[in-house]
Design a protein around this ligand. Structure first.
Ligand code: C6P
Length: 407
Protein backbone atom coordinates (compact mmCIF):
# COMPACT_ATOMS: atom_id res chain seq x y z
CA UNK A 1 0.00 0.00 0.00
CA UNK A 2 1.29 3.44 -0.92
CA UNK A 3 1.45 5.85 2.02
CA UNK A 4 1.26 8.96 -0.11
CA UNK A 5 1.53 11.44 2.76
CA UNK A 6 4.76 9.80 3.98
CA UNK A 7 6.09 9.69 0.42
CA UNK A 8 5.38 13.39 -0.12
CA UNK A 9 7.65 14.25 2.81
CA UNK A 10 10.56 12.85 0.76
CA UNK A 11 9.95 15.41 -2.00
CA UNK A 12 10.84 18.87 -0.64
CA UNK A 13 9.72 20.72 -3.77
CA UNK A 14 6.11 19.62 -3.31
CA UNK A 15 5.82 21.56 -0.08
CA UNK A 16 5.51 25.09 -1.42
CA UNK A 17 2.99 27.70 -2.44
CA UNK A 18 2.63 28.80 -6.03
CA UNK A 19 0.46 31.83 -6.68
CA UNK A 20 -0.77 31.68 -3.07
CA UNK A 21 -1.99 28.07 -3.47
CA UNK A 22 -0.37 24.86 -2.39
CA UNK A 23 1.53 23.49 -5.40
CA UNK A 24 -0.24 20.73 -7.33
CA UNK A 25 2.41 19.31 -9.65
CA UNK A 26 0.78 17.47 -12.55
CA UNK A 27 3.47 17.74 -15.21
CA UNK A 28 5.24 14.50 -14.41
CA UNK A 29 5.36 13.24 -18.00
CA UNK A 30 7.58 16.25 -18.78
CA UNK A 31 9.81 15.61 -15.79
CA UNK A 32 9.34 14.13 -12.34
CA UNK A 33 10.33 15.66 -9.01
CA UNK A 34 13.29 14.32 -7.02
CA UNK A 35 13.28 12.79 -3.53
CA UNK A 36 15.81 13.82 -0.86
CA UNK A 37 17.68 10.55 -1.32
CA UNK A 38 18.48 11.42 -4.95
CA UNK A 39 19.37 15.04 -4.15
CA UNK A 40 21.59 13.91 -1.25
CA UNK A 41 23.30 11.18 -3.28
CA UNK A 42 24.27 13.70 -5.95
CA UNK A 43 25.37 16.26 -3.40
CA UNK A 44 27.37 13.64 -1.42
CA UNK A 45 29.07 12.50 -4.60
CA UNK A 46 30.28 16.04 -5.32
CA UNK A 47 31.22 16.62 -1.67
CA UNK A 48 33.15 13.39 -1.13
CA UNK A 49 33.89 11.32 -4.23
CA UNK A 50 34.02 13.64 -7.25
CA UNK A 51 36.61 12.36 -9.70
CA UNK A 52 36.74 11.09 -13.28
CA UNK A 53 35.85 7.43 -13.91
CA UNK A 54 37.93 4.61 -15.45
CA UNK A 55 41.05 6.77 -15.45
CA UNK A 56 42.93 7.57 -12.25
CA UNK A 57 43.91 4.76 -9.92
CA UNK A 58 43.73 7.06 -6.89
CA UNK A 59 41.13 6.50 -4.19
CA UNK A 60 38.59 9.09 -5.33
CA UNK A 61 38.82 7.82 -8.92
CA UNK A 62 38.20 4.27 -7.73
CA UNK A 63 35.24 5.33 -5.59
CA UNK A 64 33.65 7.34 -8.39
CA UNK A 65 34.11 4.42 -10.80
CA UNK A 66 32.58 1.96 -8.32
CA UNK A 67 29.51 4.14 -7.75
CA UNK A 68 29.13 4.74 -11.49
CA UNK A 69 29.31 1.02 -12.31
CA UNK A 70 27.13 0.03 -9.32
CA UNK A 71 24.42 2.26 -10.74
CA UNK A 72 24.70 0.43 -14.07
CA UNK A 73 24.07 -2.85 -12.28
CA UNK A 74 20.99 -1.34 -10.58
CA UNK A 75 19.67 -0.29 -13.97
CA UNK A 76 20.36 -3.74 -15.43
CA UNK A 77 18.36 -5.37 -12.66
CA UNK A 78 15.58 -2.78 -12.86
CA UNK A 79 14.84 -3.61 -16.50
CA UNK A 80 15.92 -7.28 -16.23
CA UNK A 81 18.66 -7.10 -18.84
CA UNK A 82 21.04 -10.06 -19.11
CA UNK A 83 24.27 -8.15 -18.73
CA UNK A 84 25.61 -4.70 -17.84
CA UNK A 85 27.33 -4.85 -21.25
CA UNK A 86 23.86 -4.10 -22.62
CA UNK A 87 23.33 -0.95 -20.53
CA UNK A 88 24.75 2.16 -22.21
CA UNK A 89 24.55 5.50 -20.44
CA UNK A 90 23.27 8.28 -22.70
CA UNK A 91 21.94 11.82 -22.21
CA UNK A 92 18.36 10.58 -22.33
CA UNK A 93 15.73 9.01 -24.55
CA UNK A 94 16.35 11.42 -27.43
CA UNK A 95 20.07 10.69 -27.39
CA UNK A 96 19.47 6.94 -27.18
CA UNK A 97 17.07 6.93 -30.13
CA UNK A 98 19.48 9.00 -32.22
CA UNK A 99 22.23 6.51 -31.41
CA UNK A 100 20.06 3.62 -32.63
CA UNK A 101 18.94 5.45 -35.77
CA UNK A 102 22.44 6.60 -36.71
CA UNK A 103 24.41 3.65 -35.31
CA UNK A 104 22.15 0.80 -36.38
CA UNK A 105 19.78 2.30 -38.97
CA UNK A 106 22.37 4.08 -41.07
CA UNK A 107 24.54 0.95 -41.27
CA UNK A 108 21.79 -1.58 -41.93
CA UNK A 109 19.15 0.11 -44.09
CA UNK A 110 19.22 0.37 -47.87
CA UNK A 111 16.94 1.71 -50.60
CA UNK A 112 13.53 0.04 -50.50
CA UNK A 113 13.81 -1.13 -46.88
CA UNK A 114 11.11 0.00 -44.53
CA UNK A 115 10.95 1.46 -41.03
CA UNK A 116 7.52 1.38 -39.36
CA UNK A 117 6.54 3.51 -36.38
CA UNK A 118 3.20 4.66 -34.94
CA UNK A 119 1.37 7.95 -35.38
CA UNK A 120 1.61 8.60 -31.64
CA UNK A 121 5.41 8.80 -31.48
CA UNK A 122 7.21 11.64 -29.73
CA UNK A 123 9.41 13.61 -32.17
CA UNK A 124 12.41 11.83 -30.60
CA UNK A 125 11.20 8.53 -32.09
CA UNK A 126 10.21 10.10 -35.39
CA UNK A 127 12.66 12.68 -36.70
CA UNK A 128 15.78 10.46 -36.39
CA UNK A 129 13.93 7.87 -38.54
CA UNK A 130 12.91 10.54 -41.07
CA UNK A 131 16.56 11.58 -41.35
CA UNK A 132 17.86 8.02 -41.66
CA UNK A 133 15.19 7.16 -44.24
CA UNK A 134 16.19 10.21 -46.27
CA UNK A 135 19.88 9.32 -46.11
CA UNK A 136 19.52 5.60 -46.90
CA UNK A 137 16.57 5.59 -49.33
CA UNK A 138 14.51 3.54 -46.88
CA UNK A 139 10.80 4.30 -46.52
CA UNK A 140 9.20 5.49 -43.26
CA UNK A 141 5.69 4.11 -42.79
CA UNK A 142 3.11 4.23 -40.00
CA UNK A 143 0.87 1.63 -38.40
CA UNK A 144 -2.78 2.59 -38.67
CA UNK A 145 -4.22 3.92 -35.40
CA UNK A 146 -7.75 3.24 -34.11
CA UNK A 147 -10.03 6.21 -33.35
CA UNK A 148 -9.49 5.72 -29.59
CA UNK A 149 -5.70 5.99 -30.00
CA UNK A 150 -4.85 2.29 -29.76
CA UNK A 151 -3.20 -0.13 -32.17
CA UNK A 152 -5.04 -3.12 -33.66
CA UNK A 153 -2.65 -6.08 -33.64
CA UNK A 154 -4.14 -7.60 -36.80
CA UNK A 155 -3.45 -4.36 -38.64
CA UNK A 156 0.04 -4.26 -37.16
CA UNK A 157 0.63 -7.84 -38.35
CA UNK A 158 -0.55 -6.98 -41.87
CA UNK A 159 1.57 -3.83 -42.03
CA UNK A 160 4.87 -5.63 -41.29
CA UNK A 161 6.32 -7.24 -44.41
CA UNK A 162 9.60 -8.81 -45.54
CA UNK A 163 10.72 -5.29 -46.50
CA UNK A 164 10.33 -4.08 -42.92
CA UNK A 165 13.69 -3.90 -41.19
CA UNK A 166 12.94 -1.75 -38.14
CA UNK A 167 9.79 -1.40 -36.07
CA UNK A 168 9.92 1.37 -33.46
CA UNK A 169 7.13 2.06 -31.03
CA UNK A 170 6.53 3.86 -27.79
CA UNK A 171 5.38 1.64 -24.92
CA UNK A 172 3.25 4.47 -23.50
CA UNK A 173 2.09 7.50 -25.47
CA UNK A 174 3.04 10.79 -23.78
CA UNK A 175 -0.16 12.35 -25.17
CA UNK A 176 -2.83 9.62 -25.16
CA UNK A 177 -1.60 7.45 -22.31
CA UNK A 178 -2.10 4.42 -24.59
CA UNK A 179 -0.16 1.38 -23.41
CA UNK A 180 0.99 -0.39 -26.56
CA UNK A 181 1.38 -4.19 -26.64
CA UNK A 182 5.09 -3.96 -27.38
CA UNK A 183 5.86 -7.60 -26.51
CA UNK A 184 3.39 -8.79 -29.15
CA UNK A 185 4.58 -6.20 -31.65
CA UNK A 186 8.20 -7.33 -31.09
CA UNK A 187 7.11 -10.90 -31.81
CA UNK A 188 5.40 -9.84 -35.05
CA UNK A 189 8.45 -7.81 -36.09
CA UNK A 190 10.77 -10.76 -35.43
CA UNK A 191 8.54 -13.14 -37.41
CA UNK A 192 9.30 -11.00 -40.48
CA UNK A 193 13.00 -10.57 -39.63
CA UNK A 194 12.75 -6.94 -38.45
CA UNK A 195 14.29 -5.58 -35.26
CA UNK A 196 12.21 -3.94 -32.54
CA UNK A 197 12.93 -0.64 -30.80
CA UNK A 198 10.84 0.37 -27.78
CA UNK A 199 10.67 3.92 -26.44
CA UNK A 200 10.24 3.41 -22.71
CA UNK A 201 10.39 7.10 -21.70
CA UNK A 202 6.81 7.06 -20.36
CA UNK A 203 6.59 3.43 -19.25
CA UNK A 204 9.81 2.81 -17.26
CA UNK A 205 8.87 5.34 -14.53
CA UNK A 206 5.39 3.85 -14.04
CA UNK A 207 5.39 0.06 -14.50
CA UNK A 208 7.65 -2.98 -14.22
CA UNK A 209 9.87 -3.45 -17.29
CA UNK A 210 11.46 -6.72 -18.35
CA UNK A 211 13.39 -6.33 -21.59
CA UNK A 212 14.08 -10.06 -21.86
CA UNK A 213 10.41 -10.99 -21.63
CA UNK A 214 9.61 -8.16 -24.03
CA UNK A 215 12.31 -9.59 -26.30
CA UNK A 216 12.92 -6.14 -27.74
CA UNK A 217 16.21 -5.49 -29.50
CA UNK A 218 16.57 -1.96 -28.15
CA UNK A 219 14.85 -0.20 -25.23
CA UNK A 220 15.43 3.42 -24.21
CA UNK A 221 14.44 5.74 -21.38
CA UNK A 222 15.35 8.93 -19.50
CA UNK A 223 16.40 9.26 -15.86
CA UNK A 224 14.64 12.57 -15.21
CA UNK A 225 11.12 11.17 -15.67
CA UNK A 226 11.73 8.54 -12.96
CA UNK A 227 13.06 10.66 -10.06
CA UNK A 228 16.59 10.91 -11.45
CA UNK A 229 18.47 13.96 -12.69
CA UNK A 230 18.27 15.45 -16.18
CA UNK A 231 20.98 14.68 -18.72
CA UNK A 232 21.18 10.95 -18.01
CA UNK A 233 19.37 8.14 -19.80
CA UNK A 234 19.79 4.61 -20.98
CA UNK A 235 20.17 2.73 -24.21
CA UNK A 236 19.57 -0.99 -23.72
CA UNK A 237 20.53 -3.15 -26.67
CA UNK A 238 20.92 -6.90 -27.12
CA UNK A 239 24.59 -7.68 -26.80
CA UNK A 240 25.01 -9.21 -30.28
CA UNK A 241 23.52 -6.11 -31.92
CA UNK A 242 25.66 -3.73 -29.87
CA UNK A 243 28.78 -5.80 -30.61
CA UNK A 244 28.08 -5.49 -34.34
CA UNK A 245 27.40 -1.74 -34.19
CA UNK A 246 30.08 0.85 -34.78
CA UNK A 247 30.34 3.56 -32.10
CA UNK A 248 28.34 6.68 -32.92
CA UNK A 249 30.75 8.98 -31.11
CA UNK A 250 34.49 8.53 -30.82
CA UNK A 251 37.20 10.03 -28.63
CA UNK A 252 38.40 9.39 -25.11
CA UNK A 253 37.07 6.60 -22.88
CA UNK A 254 35.68 4.42 -25.71
CA UNK A 255 38.96 3.09 -27.10
CA UNK A 256 41.20 0.12 -26.57
CA UNK A 257 44.35 1.05 -28.53
CA UNK A 258 44.99 4.14 -30.58
CA UNK A 259 47.68 4.60 -33.23
CA UNK A 260 48.38 7.49 -35.57
CA UNK A 261 46.06 6.18 -38.26
CA UNK A 262 43.64 3.81 -36.58
CA UNK A 263 42.08 2.78 -33.32
CA UNK A 264 40.30 -0.16 -31.76
CA UNK A 265 37.30 0.05 -29.49
CA UNK A 266 36.78 -0.67 -25.83
CA UNK A 267 34.48 -3.53 -24.87
CA UNK A 268 30.79 -3.04 -24.27
CA UNK A 269 29.31 -0.94 -22.77
CA UNK A 270 32.17 1.60 -22.80
CA UNK A 271 32.50 1.44 -26.61
CA UNK A 272 29.44 3.71 -26.74
CA UNK A 273 30.43 6.07 -23.94
CA UNK A 274 32.87 8.54 -25.48
CA UNK A 275 34.16 11.36 -23.31
CA UNK A 276 33.70 12.08 -19.63
CA UNK A 277 30.21 10.86 -18.79
CA UNK A 278 27.52 12.37 -16.55
CA UNK A 279 28.89 10.56 -13.49
CA UNK A 280 26.73 12.30 -10.89
CA UNK A 281 23.72 11.73 -13.16
CA UNK A 282 24.33 7.99 -13.38
CA UNK A 283 24.80 7.72 -9.61
CA UNK A 284 21.69 9.84 -9.05
CA UNK A 285 19.72 7.54 -11.35
CA UNK A 286 20.93 4.60 -9.28
CA UNK A 287 19.55 6.32 -6.15
CA UNK A 288 16.26 6.96 -7.98
CA UNK A 289 16.00 3.26 -8.79
CA UNK A 290 16.65 2.40 -5.13
CA UNK A 291 13.78 4.69 -4.17
CA UNK A 292 11.40 3.21 -6.76
CA UNK A 293 12.34 -0.32 -5.69
CA UNK A 294 11.67 0.65 -2.08
CA UNK A 295 8.07 1.30 -3.03
CA UNK A 296 7.73 -1.35 -5.74
CA UNK A 297 6.81 -0.84 -9.37
CA UNK A 298 3.68 -3.00 -9.08
CA UNK A 299 2.49 -0.80 -6.19
CA UNK A 300 3.26 2.35 -8.14
CA UNK A 301 1.37 1.10 -11.18
CA UNK A 302 -1.67 0.04 -9.13
CA UNK A 303 -1.82 3.35 -7.23
CA UNK A 304 -1.47 5.45 -10.38
CA UNK A 305 -4.22 3.44 -12.05
CA UNK A 306 -6.63 4.50 -9.29
CA UNK A 307 -5.64 8.16 -9.68
CA UNK A 308 -5.85 8.01 -13.46
CA UNK A 309 -9.22 6.23 -13.56
CA UNK A 310 -10.75 8.88 -11.30
CA UNK A 311 -9.13 11.72 -13.24
CA UNK A 312 -10.30 10.27 -16.56
CA UNK A 313 -13.90 9.78 -15.35
CA UNK A 314 -14.11 13.20 -13.66
CA UNK A 315 -12.58 15.22 -16.47
CA UNK A 316 -14.50 13.38 -19.23
CA UNK A 317 -17.75 14.15 -17.41
CA UNK A 318 -17.20 17.94 -17.58
CA UNK A 319 -19.44 19.48 -20.21
CA UNK A 320 -17.53 20.77 -23.23
CA UNK A 321 -14.37 18.81 -22.45
CA UNK A 322 -12.87 16.34 -24.95
CA UNK A 323 -10.47 13.78 -23.49
CA UNK A 324 -8.13 12.13 -26.01
CA UNK A 325 -7.03 8.50 -25.94
CA UNK A 326 -8.40 5.21 -24.63
CA UNK A 327 -10.18 4.63 -21.34
CA UNK A 328 -7.57 2.14 -20.22
CA UNK A 329 -4.36 4.12 -20.04
CA UNK A 330 -1.19 4.95 -18.17
CA UNK A 331 -1.02 7.94 -15.77
CA UNK A 332 -2.09 10.98 -17.75
CA UNK A 333 -5.16 12.73 -19.11
CA UNK A 334 -4.95 14.95 -22.19
CA UNK A 335 -7.91 17.15 -23.06
CA UNK A 336 -9.31 20.31 -24.60
CA UNK A 337 -12.11 22.59 -23.48
CA UNK A 338 -14.30 23.66 -26.37
CA UNK A 339 -13.52 27.20 -27.49
CA UNK A 340 -10.70 27.82 -24.99
CA UNK A 341 -7.05 27.76 -25.98
CA UNK A 342 -4.99 25.16 -24.07
CA UNK A 343 -2.46 27.84 -23.06
CA UNK A 344 -5.27 29.84 -21.46
CA UNK A 345 -6.44 26.75 -19.58
CA UNK A 346 -2.90 26.08 -18.37
CA UNK A 347 -2.44 29.72 -17.30
CA UNK A 348 -5.73 29.66 -15.40
CA UNK A 349 -4.73 26.42 -13.64
CA UNK A 350 -1.32 27.86 -12.81
CA UNK A 351 -3.05 30.78 -11.10
CA UNK A 352 -4.47 28.12 -8.74
CA UNK A 353 -1.05 26.54 -8.21
CA UNK A 354 -1.74 23.64 -10.60
CA UNK A 355 1.09 22.79 -13.02
CA UNK A 356 0.01 21.06 -16.25
CA UNK A 357 1.49 21.13 -19.73
CA UNK A 358 -0.18 22.77 -22.72
CA UNK A 359 1.09 22.45 -26.28
CA UNK A 360 1.72 19.81 -28.92
CA UNK A 361 3.80 17.70 -26.49
CA UNK A 362 6.46 17.11 -29.16
CA UNK A 363 3.97 15.03 -31.15
CA UNK A 364 2.85 17.32 -33.98
CA UNK A 365 1.82 14.55 -36.41
CA UNK A 366 -0.44 13.14 -33.69
CA UNK A 367 -2.05 16.59 -33.29
CA UNK A 368 -2.98 16.36 -37.00
CA UNK A 369 -4.73 13.05 -36.32
CA UNK A 370 -6.53 14.54 -33.30
CA UNK A 371 -7.48 17.54 -35.47
CA UNK A 372 -6.15 20.14 -33.08
CA UNK A 373 -2.99 22.17 -32.72
CA UNK A 374 -2.44 21.61 -29.05
CA UNK A 375 -3.97 20.15 -25.91
CA UNK A 376 -3.77 20.38 -22.13
CA UNK A 377 -2.12 17.43 -20.34
CA UNK A 378 -2.24 16.52 -16.67
CA UNK A 379 0.22 13.74 -15.86
CA UNK A 380 0.52 11.95 -12.54
CA UNK A 381 3.08 10.20 -10.37
CA UNK A 382 2.79 8.12 -7.22
CA UNK A 383 3.24 11.21 -4.99
CA UNK A 384 0.03 12.77 -6.34
CA UNK A 385 -3.16 12.47 -4.31
CA UNK A 386 -6.89 12.09 -4.93
CA UNK A 387 -7.26 15.52 -3.39
CA UNK A 388 -5.06 16.94 -6.14
CA UNK A 389 -7.20 15.26 -8.80
CA UNK A 390 -10.24 16.98 -7.25
CA UNK A 391 -8.42 20.32 -7.32
CA UNK A 392 -7.59 19.75 -10.99
CA UNK A 393 -11.22 18.98 -11.85
CA UNK A 394 -12.39 22.06 -9.95
CA UNK A 395 -9.69 24.15 -11.64
CA UNK A 396 -10.88 23.00 -15.07
CA UNK A 397 -14.49 23.85 -14.22
CA UNK A 398 -13.47 27.27 -12.89
CA UNK A 399 -11.36 27.98 -15.99
CA UNK A 400 -14.24 27.01 -18.23
CA UNK A 401 -16.65 29.27 -16.40
CA UNK A 402 -14.20 32.16 -16.37
CA UNK A 403 -13.45 32.05 -20.09
CA UNK A 404 -17.06 31.39 -21.09
CA UNK A 405 -18.10 34.55 -19.27
CA UNK A 406 -15.16 36.48 -20.69
CA UNK A 407 -16.12 35.60 -24.28
N1 C6P B 1 8.45 13.82 -23.35
C1 C6P B 1 6.79 15.33 -22.44
O1 C6P B 1 6.44 16.35 -21.83
P1 C6P B 1 13.95 13.26 -23.39
O2 C6P B 1 13.54 14.68 -23.63
O3 C6P B 1 15.06 12.83 -24.30
O4 C6P B 1 14.19 12.95 -21.97
O5 C6P B 1 12.67 12.37 -23.76
C2 C6P B 1 12.09 12.45 -25.03
C3 C6P B 1 10.83 11.64 -25.08
C4 C6P B 1 10.79 10.52 -25.87
N2 C6P B 1 9.72 9.72 -25.92
C5 C6P B 1 8.62 9.99 -25.20
C6 C6P B 1 7.44 9.06 -25.27
C7 C6P B 1 8.58 11.13 -24.40
O6 C6P B 1 7.49 11.39 -23.68
C8 C6P B 1 9.70 11.98 -24.33
C9 C6P B 1 9.69 13.24 -23.52
C10 C6P B 1 8.26 14.97 -22.51
O7 C6P B 1 5.97 14.58 -22.97
C11 C6P B 1 9.08 16.17 -22.91
S1 C6P B 1 8.76 16.66 -24.56
Amino acid sequence: MIDVQAIRKDFPILDQEVNRHHLVYLDNAATSQKPNSVIDTISDYYRRDNSNVHRGVHTLGTRATEHYEDAREKIRKFISAKSTKEIIYTKGTTDSLNMIAYGYGMANLKRGDEIIITKMEHHANLIPWQQVARATGAVLNYFPMEPDGTLDLDKVRNAITERTKIVSCTEVSNVLGTVNPVTKIAQLAHEKGAIMVVDGAQSTPHMPVDVQKMDTDFFVFSGHKMLGPTGIGVLYGKQNLLEAMEPVQTGGEMIDEVGFHSATWAELPWKFEAGTPHIAGAIGLGAAIDYLNGIGMDEIQAYEKKLTDVAYETISAIDGVTVYGPKSRSGLVTFNIKGIHPHDVSTALDAEGIAVRAGHHCAQPLMQVLKCESTVRASFYFYNTMDEIEKLAKGIKDAKEFFEHAI
